[in-house]
Ligand binder design. Structure first.
Ligand SMILES: [Cu+2]
Length: 174
């Protein structure tokens, strides 16, 4: 009887382990530097196969426009410059397209967002370019920055994306 019970417990544990629930979550709450109408949140959900889902919503943006969004090196939003350059844990020294192979460009290079007619932009993608769980590649304690223009995915060092308009520090959430 005890052996059967143990088997059931092990089976339940294994099923639980394959469950697609995040093993760690983080969030950046974004605020505009000058234009206080720009606000939003970006969530980072880490799964046990190392996938990170990045999703969120930014509001108060100029309407029907494309914006660059990046993970920057430092978790400091006290001024646009304080966040430093793009998060580059592979030390590539190269800005690129988020679809380029991991380790060939900044891990903080994220896909552009588009605002709608209400000035709202949604982001939702999955990447293995960085982690949430503590590692040299973890985004914890870094920042998310939104720029005034689109990222061309090639100009150095930051895709010619224009001024930094909003910032949020990435921290652990429940
Ligand atoms: Cu940037």
């Amino acid at each position: 009887m005890r052996r059967i019970l143990t088997l059931i417990i092990v089976a339940v544990f294994l099923i639980g382990a394959t469950d697609d629930s995040p093993i760690m979550k983080a969030k950046a709450q974004l605020f505009g530097f000058k234009d206080k109408n720009v606000r939003g949140e970006v969530l980072f959900y880490q799964y046990d196969d190392m996938r990170v889902r990045v999703f969120g919503k930014i509001t108060g943006l100029p309407k029907n426009k494309t914006f660059a969004i990046h993970v920057h090196q430092f978790g400091d939003c006290s001024s646009p410059k304080a966040a430093g350059g793009h998060f580059d844990p592979y030390h590539t020294g190269r800005h690129g397209n988020p679809n380029d192979p991991i380790g060939t460009h900044h891990s903080g290079d994220l896909p552009n967002m588009k605002s709608n007619a209400k000035g709202e932009a949604i982001l939702n993608f999955t990447t293995k370019a960085f982690t949430v769980v503590p590692s040299p590649y973890s985004v914890l304690g870094r920042s998310v920055i939104i720029h005034a223009g689109a990222d061309d995915y090639k100009s150095q060092p930051a895709g010619n994306a224009g001024p930094r308009v909003a910032c949020g520090i990435i921290g652990i959430i429940k």
